[in-house]
Design a protein around this ligand. Structure first.
Ligand SMILES: Cc1cc2nc3c(=O)[nH]c(=O)nc-3n(C[C@H](O)[C@H](O)[C@H](O)COP(=O)(O)OP(=O)(O)OC[C@H]3O[C@@H](n4cnc5c(N)ncnc54)[C@H](O)[C@@H]3O)c2cc1C
Length: 424
């Protein structure tokens, strides 16, 4: 990714978003300011006190809506979401991944469900989950993604996942209706990875969906692989071998993993460096059409069609994958469909660099019919009421605390762009 002198990557960011991002990233990268904000977010997520209930405390609601919620989320209704998505596509993003914010987070005792689920009729929850997802589909268009969390379907899904059972009929009916609706609209679906207590079942349910729906080169359904797991490479190999043997297209969203604070730690790589190696190895293996931990020379003829969505804020991982992909496209070697994306409000300097590389390549190759050696860039957003998005927001806050150096780098890049606009 090379930058031209006249055009910085963030120069296409609208000024309103730039100003909000400068404030938010400055707070998130300052331990003094961020610690109390994180404590407040935790309280809001867990407390049953009226004072911390945003739906009954209008001042709190307004405060959240215009700060942390606006920074990370797409909107609370269709009108707001459509406006946000349109703006991102105008800026140059190829598309968005839109998810519905409602979810259940397991405590350390996996038998206990979050109290937010209590009091609801179980079947009604599945119906609301389905309707929420169908509504999400109405807000996006061809080429976009929608993210689905099985925990959002409530106790019926949760119980079956904890017991490792087949997909219960109400969930199966709902997800098939969603898949068929998405296929009609040209929208793709990725199934989010969650905690290990339920992830094995999520994998097996999602593999069944890929078997059924991924019959073309471009898949409809993507499963998520978490690179921080010690078993991630083996799990990737299992997915590749199954897809090759059974003749369906493998869709993979590759993430590092977001549940380190809630997960059995022994399942996760001991160090960040091991997680990085695992993530980068899986990404390059897929791009080079080989199994993880095998040399590139052992790329197999019998390799399935693969589409990889590289979901990461890590500049080195994105650049590394892009370099390998670019080399393969430019030298005419076989590769896979590669797309990449970052969450809204996170790692904007990475997202906007990709957009700039894309603009520069298009300007230099106008009319060329070759495959673009720049992976298509997406932004991921969650929509829903402030209350529905609280768990998501809390995780983003924890993630920013864990990546303080990167958040500071993003804050610096944003402040530099603001100075450039003000002082020329
Ligand atoms: C578009 C998108 C979709 C996502 N979907 C999901 C999803 O479905 N499921 C999910 O779980 N996550 C998901 N995530 C979050 C993701 O898993 C990461 O938490 C987040 O992106 C940070 O990782 P990173 O690749 O950006 O890089 P970095 O910030 O460089 O890596 C941070 C990550 O490294 C790992 N890590 C940190 N410290 C250690 C340590 N001491 N030892 C071992 N590993 C460590 C953790 O996974 C941590 O999140 C998604 C992220 C994006 C951008």
């Amino acid at each position: 990714m090379t930058l031209s002198k006249s055009d910085t990557p963030l120069s296409v960011m609208p000024t309103g978003i730039l100003l909000r991002s400068v404030v938010m990233t400055s707070v998130m990268s300052s331990p003094l300011l961020f610690r109390p904000c994180l404590a407040l977010l935790r309280k809001l997520t867990e407390s049953k006190s009226l004072l911390f209930d945003e739906s009954r405390n209008p001042i709190l609601k307004a405060l959240l809506r215009h700060t942390v919620y606006a920074h990370f989320n797409a909107g609370i209704n269709k009108e707001e979401v459509i406006k946000t998505v349109k703006e991102l596509k105008r800026i140059g993003f190829k598309g968005v991944n839109l998810g519905y914010g409602r979810e259940i987070v397991l405590g350390t005792n996996h038998g206990q469900q979050n109290t937010a689920a209590q009091g609801h009729n179980d079947l009604q929850m599945v119906e609301e989950w389905k309707q929420g997802t169908l509504q999400t589909l109405e807000m996006i268009g061809p080429g976009d993604f929608t993210a689905i969390k099985f925990t959002g379907a409530g106790p019926i899904a949760m119980e079956a996942m904890l017991k490792g059972q087949n997909m219960p009929e109400p969930i199966s009916n709902a997800i098939n209706e969603v898949c068929e609706s998405a296929a009609r609209q040209g929208v793709r679906i990725w199934i989010d990875a969650e905690q290990q207590a339920i992830q094995h079942t999520i994998d097996s349910w999602t593999i069944d969906l890929m078997r059924k729906y991924n019959r073309d080169r471009a898949p409809l359904v993507y499963n998520t692989i978490q690179g921080y797991l010690k078993g991630a490479r083996d799990n990737t190999t299992r997915h590749i071998k199954l897809a090759a043997a059974e003749g369906w297209t493998l869709g993979v969203k590759l993430v590092r993993g977001a549940y380190i604070e809630h997960e059995d730690r022994s399942l996760i790589h001991d160090t960040k460096e091991d997680t990085d190696r695992s993530y980068n190895d899986i990404a390059s293996a897929l791009i080079e059409r080989r199994l993880p931990q095998q040399p590139a020379s052992e790329a197999s003829e019998n390799y399935p069609q693969v589409a990889l969505f590289l979901a990461s804020h890590n500049k080195d991982s994105v650049r590394n994958a892009m370099r390998i992909y670019r080399q393969r496209v430019e030298s005419g070697q076989p590769t896979i469909i590669l797309e990449t994306g970052q969450l809204q409000g996170m790692a904007d300097e990475v997202s906007y660099e990709l957009l700039q590389a894309d603009r520069e390549w298009s300007a230099a190759n106008s009319g060329a019919a070759t495959t673009k050696p720049i992976p298509m860039a997406y932004k991921s957003l969650v929509w829903g009421t402030v209350a529905e998005c609280m768990h998501f927001l809390h995780r983003r806050a924890i993630e920013n605390r864990g990546a303080a150096t990167r958040t500071e780098r993003m804050a610096q890049a944003l402040r530099q762009e603001l100075r450039r606009r003000v002082f020329g």
